[in-house]
Write a protein that binds this ligand. Structure first.
Ligand SMILES: Nc1ncnc2c1ncn2[C@@H]1O[C@H](COP(=O)(O)OP(=O)(O)OP(=O)(O)O)[C@@H](O)[C@H]1O
Ligand SMILES: [Mg+2]
Length: 306
């Protein structure tokens, strides 16, 4: 199989591991920096050039698009898709995952449990906003077009008022979300590949660290998810349209809620926590999808007979 990994650098752990896993399975794999790709559309042809040369036949593309080049990177993914290449995460799904609000909207609309969330443009009715998500403490999550989000915990109406004044003053959109309280280590991350959870970890956060820094300062330990949690993770990825996803969930009061779905999960911390090869299952998924696509083409070529 001819594989392309779209990534800015081989020195990124996940990119390196995916290349290794593909080679290990005997595939031909190229790592292309999406910003070095030229997209040509003319007449009826849709071509991709890299380093001045036309990119030859490719069976599957695994995009690992950095936030800093999201717009261009997703156009490159889309272009490969238009050429009939299998995408292990297509551009539409990646874009949806990048948009926290659209993600939560889609999950809630399908009846999945998420932390109560409200979006507004007006902060004058602050008490009503807070009441809608069940009272303080709440989280304010910034929604920026460039995807660089920020999270703040507000423990009182006063601190929320001050935070929203700043956020609105800067012209940012935001959501106010119920701050799910619970014991330490209530954050779960499930790596979904296809319709399976291939790894799950619990984040052991350091005491005293909240929200955003809490994610960064975390350590992971492998965990066995319950059957409902597995179903929740798989269903979340499916709703967003992702074949590979890290689904972030929070456990409290006997309930598990999804708060984020990531399209380019970082493999390093997950492999470290589980001691397992997690790049392999992603390559195997690509193999299955390419085989399924070829079989479908064969069926069509044979006049649609099975
Ligand atoms: N509703 C919530 N209640 C309690 N804690 C939450 C909630 N939502 C998020 N958190 C915590 O805050 C952290 C950051 O939230 P989130 O993942 O939504 O933001 P982010 O911008 O993607 O940050 P990061 O890059 O650290 O993941 C999460 O890892 C989680 O521990
Ligand atoms: Mg996050």
């Amino acid at each position: 199989m001819h594989l392309v990994l779209l990534s800015r650098s081989r020195s990124i752990y996940s990119s390196r591991r995916l290349v290794e896993a593909a080679r290990h399975r005997g595939h031909h794999v190229r790592l292309l920096d999406p910003t070095d790709c030229e997209l040509v559309m003319a007449g009826r042809s849709v071509e991709i050039f890299h380093g001045g040369k036309k990119v030859g036949p490719v069976d599957a593309v695994i995009p690992r698009i950095a936030q800093s080049v999201a717009h261009y990177g997703l156009a490159v993914v889309e272009h490969f898709g238009l050429r009939g290449v299998v995408l292990i995460n297509d551009a539409g799904a990646i874009a949806q995952a990048r948009n926290k609000l659209r993600c939560l909207q889609a999950l809630a609309a399908r009846g999945l449990d998420i932390p109560a969330t409200v979006m507004a443009r007006d902060a004058s009715q602050i008490r009503e906003l807070v009441d809608r998500v069940g009272g303080v403490p709440v989280l304010v999550k910034l929604l920026q077009a460039n995807g660089r989000a920020g999270v703040m915990v507000c423990e009182s109406l006063e601190s929320l008022g001050a935070a929203l004044e700043t956020v609105l003053g800067l012209g940012h959109n935001f959501i106010v979300q119920q701050y799910v309280q619970g014991p330490r280590g209530r954050d779960l991350r499930a790596l979904v590949v296809g319709d399976r959870v291939v790894a799950a970890v619990r984040r052991r956060t350091r005491p005293g660290k909240l929200a955003r820094t809490l994610g960064r300062g975390a350590r992971f330990a492998e965990v066995a998810l319950g059957r409902e949690q597995v179903a929740l993770a798989v269903e979340s990825a499916r709703i967003i349209g992702l074949q590979v996803a890290a689904v972030d969930m929070i456990e409290a009061g006997g309930k598990t809620r999804v708060f984020e779905v990531n399209a380019s999960p970082a493999l390093e911390s997950l492999e470290a926590a589980t001691g397992r090869d997690l790049a392999g299952p992603i390559i195997e998924l690509a193999e299955r999808e390419v085989a399924a696509r070829a079989a479908a083409r064969g069926t069509r070529a044979a006049g649609g007979r099975r």
